[in-house]
Design a protein around this ligand. Structure first.
Ligand SMILES: NC(=O)c1ccc[n+]([C@@H]2O[C@H](COP(=O)([O-])OP(=O)(O)OC[C@H]3O[C@@H](n4cnc5c(N)ncnc54)[C@H](O)[C@@H]3O)[C@@H](O)[C@H]2O)c1
Length: 330
């Protein structure tokens, strides 16, 4: 199968390009190369590359020509950045999705939208994990933009008969994740002896899903998912402080580096999703955070300073200062 992988130079998209190549499928990558895109992530994997914006119909048409399917990973993906500036999120996550759907509609392509468990919003501690029919209650500009993309997908299925499905994955971790998200931020700060800024009491709960398991779920949905169907891709539920203690253990960093800082505005306490539907298609995760997933991820960052050190000295410095400067009193 020839698959257009949008956002294929980013974190999860690059793992998917690797999966396609390993299966003997053909990957065509369309990526704008924002701060989060890095061609090095797929330098050793067979693919065709187009630099361009998913919100640009000309760029999409050029890249998608001859493809059988589109899997849309391209997004502005970081909640904190969406609080600093929501507009870019609407342009890519909503408008960009609609442009891709138009192409799929007019060229009869299979389409998978890579979405997030964050669209279900805050799940009370005592509540059961959300199934796919739970209401959308997005809390952040990021999750609202992803929810907007999901609604476009469902509308294109119903109105135009597009053969599209949605996956809603949990917090994803693994090699090559840009060091703004919790795991790579704390791992790389720990290696550099820098403070570890914990939002609020750190007792927020998330499900942790390895990038390879996430991609396996997405690929299964591409091949076996139904039109208009949504599939949750769940992970292992953990309190943030447990994960952070695990990072201290695996990096050998001192707990003295921990700083509890002002919480993220609107911060959801818990995400929890039920993936029975995807499991019934045959999906089963191969990694767990405590069964080696965290240790292997820490080891990857230990062995690949040449990947993350240049990132942390560029545009990242201004972002980090704006996000954590006041919080850390630096
Ligand atoms: N990271 C997670 O924990 C997680 C969990 C569930 C779902 N998701 C979803 O998975 C997808 C991938 O997430 P990620 O963590 O790999 O993100 P990422 O930020 O690492 O990568 C996003 C990629 O998209 C590209 N991109 C951004 N805007 C673009 C545009 N307008 N046109 C073309 N390319 C553009 C970037 O250059 C980058 O390569 C996103 O849709 C995200 O919402 C992520």
């Amino acid at each position: 199968m020839r698959v257009l992988v949008t956002g294929g130079a980013g974190f999860i998209g690059s793992h998917y390009v690797r999966l396609l190549a390993a299966q003997g499928d053909e990957a065509v990558v369309l990526d704008k190369l924002t701060y989060a895109g890095n061609r090095e992530n797929i330098a050793d994997v067979s693919h065709t590359f187009h630099q361009g914006d998913i919100a640009d119909p000309v760029a999409v048409a050029k890249a998608a020509e001859g493809c059988d399917a589109i899997v849309n990973f391209a997004a502005e993906s970081h909640v904190d950045r969406s609080i600093m500036g929501p507009a870019e999120f609407i342009l890519t996550d909503v408008l960009g999705t609609q442009v891709l759907l138009d192409y799929a509609r007019h060229h009869n392509l299979r389409y998978v939208q890579v979405s997030t468990d964050e669209v279900y919003g805050d799940i009370p501690l005592e509540a059961a994990p959300s199934t796919e029919d739970a209401p959308i209650r997005a809390s952040s500009p990021y999750s609202a933009s992803k929810a907007g993309g999901d609604l476009q997908v469902l509308a294109y299925v119903r109105t135009f008969g597009v053969n599209a499905s949605i996956t809603r994955g949990a917090n994803t971790y693994g090699p090559q994740q840009y060091p703004e998200k919790l795991l790579p931020l704390f791992i790389t700060n720990a290696f550099d002896g820098l403070e570890l800024p914990v939002y609020g009491d750190g007792r927020q709960r998330r499900e942790w899903l390895h990038a390879e398991d996430h991609c396996a779920g997405i690929d299964l949905v591409l091949r076996k998912g139904g039109a208009g169907e949504i599939y949750n891709v769940s992970g292992q539920e953990r309190e943030n402080m447990d994960v952070i203690r695990g990072i201290l253990d695996h990096t050998g960093a001192s707990p003295d580096l921990l700083r509890h800082v002002a919480d993220r505005p609107g911060h959801d306490r818990r995400y929890a999703i039920d993936s029975t539907k995807l499991r019934s298609l045959g999906w089963a995760p191969r990694h767990t955070l405590d069964g080696g997933g965290l240790a292997d991820t820490v080891a990857w960052y230990r062995d690949n300073r040449a990947w993350w050190e240049p990132i942390k000295s560029g545009e990242y410095r201004a972002y980090y200062e704006a996000q954590y400067g006041n919080r850390l009193g630096s």
